[in-house]
Design a protein around this ligand. Structure first.
Ligand code: CS2
Length: 483
């Protein structure tokens, strides 16, 4: 079968919606060109360009492995997007992604694009850990080896902050205008958080860029949402048959997508408001609702599901007792969210129930230390501040702790994929289960300084954690969920 590329587009099967032609010239540079970006911002941008062309094609860069570049470059950046649920599926090919580079291999070219006058937005999906922040306080870790390396004089930067800094320095020196830094990662106040980290980096770099950034660069906050499982070999084989061409980088996703953004763009933006993007003056309420209800229950599903030996998210919410537990968890977190969420919560359960996605618990389980603070720890702190109990949230946090043991009840070992994996493994060396708990609950990057001293937090989490060592995860969750 021929490979998807500009030269083979005419062979796409007629049921597949073709890309926008002519393809837009680049105006956006995206760091972290993974499946999520390709199913979310890229699709919104392609659709906006079709209505109001503005030269907003995308140059993508991979941050670590060159896999996405090697898959997409031979395809001229073209890839297919398959939207799927229990009722059916639709396939299209997107053309908005013009070039894909890899930061480790093509660093100078990435920087050249970032510093080019045509680039007006630098967007990011580098994951929570990609910013080198302390997860609980969200302060930049100036002693993170990746940051130390990028701060050293004359270094070719490898981190998102290092690349942004060097690109902005070049723009300033060339007398070019600033750009918008658009963070699309699941961090609270993501734009403000990245701005604060960026300014701390620039301060440490000591080359006088702080004031220029403050005057020329904006960092709008945004809430991003679309469930995008990692693509598998079997998916690739299926999609080739579906579209009539081989595609090494297809993406499978759900129908639902949402993007709420603050309209603070330093140098223009695509006409995203024409294609369903919501522009608001303050993203905070939407973001709290999404991080605590969607992502918080996702993490709980991931850890409880993995402990229960279940593979996919829909299997977890398809289990009556676990579903009741997740409903209870959402109800608990909902009291800490400043919007009414009954319909939102019902819609989330329906989205999690999608049998056509194959979303793996283990994919969501990764990087727990980076995810827990905003998803589970923040609503815990908010409820305790109101004097409210936290039975479901405590079990969800304890499920992460139990999962971090890297070992099932029957002694089967698995990899805990986390930037703090080595530290988590050391904590498991404690003699007793009690001892492990004491070490885990004092993990400051996850739980901060105050909660570990608060018995209203420590005691329910302790008892849930001990229960998870004594009993099946499903039985423990059923007891908390009641009935
Ligand atoms: C998930 C998210 O893997 C995870 O941590 O919770 O990727 C989630 O699917 C997206 O945020 C949905 O918008």
């Amino acid at each position: 079968m021929a490979r998807l590329a500009e030269s083979t587009l005419s062979r796409l099967l007629p049921v597949v919606r073709p890309p926008l032609l002519p393809r837009p010239a680049p105006g956006i540079l995206h760091l972290g060109i993974g499946a999520f970006h390709r199913a979310h911002m890229a699709e919104y941008t392609e659709d906006a360009e079709a209505i109001a062309p503005g030269g907003w094609g995308i140059v993508g860069a991979t941050m670590r492995s060159a896999e996405a570049r090697d898959a997409l470059e031979p395809q001229d950046g073209l890839y297919s997007l398959l939207v799927r649920d229990r009722h059916g599926e639709q396939a299209r090919v997107l053309g908005v992604l013009r070039t894909v580079l890899s930061v480790p291999d093509d660093g100078p070219a990435v920087l050249a694009h970032m510093a080019a006058s045509a680039t007006r937005i630098v967007s990011l999906t580098v994951t929570e850990k990609g910013y080198a922040l302390d997860p609980a306080s969200r302060r930049l870790c100036l002693d993170d080896p990746r940051i130390v390396a990028d701060l050293s004089p004359g270094a070719l930067p490898r981190t998102a902050l290092g690349l942004l800094h060097e690109a902005m320095r070049r723009r300033r020196d060339a007398g070019l205008p600033g750009f918008t830094v658009l963070c699309c990662d699941n961090l609270p106040s993501n734009g403000d958080t990245v701005r604060t980290a960026m300014l701390a980096f620039a301060e440490a770099k000591r080359d006088g860029l702080v004031a220029w950034i403050q005057a020329n660069v904006t960092f709008p906050n945004s809430m991003v949402d679309r469930i995008v499982p990692a693509t598998t070999e079997a998916d690739r084989a299926y999609i080739a048959r579906r579209i009539g061409l081989d595609d090494a980088a297809p993406v499978i996703t759900e129908q639902f997508k949402q993007w709420v953004v603050e309209d603070r763009f330093a140098a223009g933006r695509p006409a995203w408001e024409r294609v369903g993007v919501e522009f608001v003056s303050d993203v905070a309420p939407y973001e709290l609702m999404k991080l605590r209800l969607l992502n918080g229950s996702h993490s709980a599903i991931a850890y409880l599901g993995a402990l229960a030996g279940l593979t996919f998210v829909n299997e977890v919410v398809g289990h009556a007792a676990l579903r009741r537990f997740i409903e209870g968890l959402m109800a608990e977190s909902a009291t800490t969210v400043p919007l009414r969420s009954e319909d939102y919560r019902a819609a989330l359960l329906a989205r999690f129930d999608n049998p056509a996605l194959g979303h793996r618990c283990r994919q969501i389980a990764m990087d727990g230390t980076q995810k827990l603070p905003q998803r589970l720890v923040a609503p815990i702190a908010a409820r305790l501040a109101e004097g409210l109990p936290i039975p479901h949230l405590a079990l969800a946090a304890a499920a992460w702790m139990r999962y971090a043991a890297g070992e099932t009840a029957t002694g089967e070992r698995y990899t805990v994929d986390d930037p703090l994996a080595a530290q988590l493994a050391r904590l498991q060396e404690a003699q007793s289960i009690e001892g492990r708990f004491e070490a885990l609950v004092r993990l400051e990057p996850v739980f901060g300084k105050d909660l570990p001293r608060n018995p209203a937090f420590v005691e329910p989490v302790r008892s849930a954690y001990l229960d998870l060592w004594r009993d099946e995860a499903i039985a423990v969750a059923s007891r908390v969920a009641g009935r």
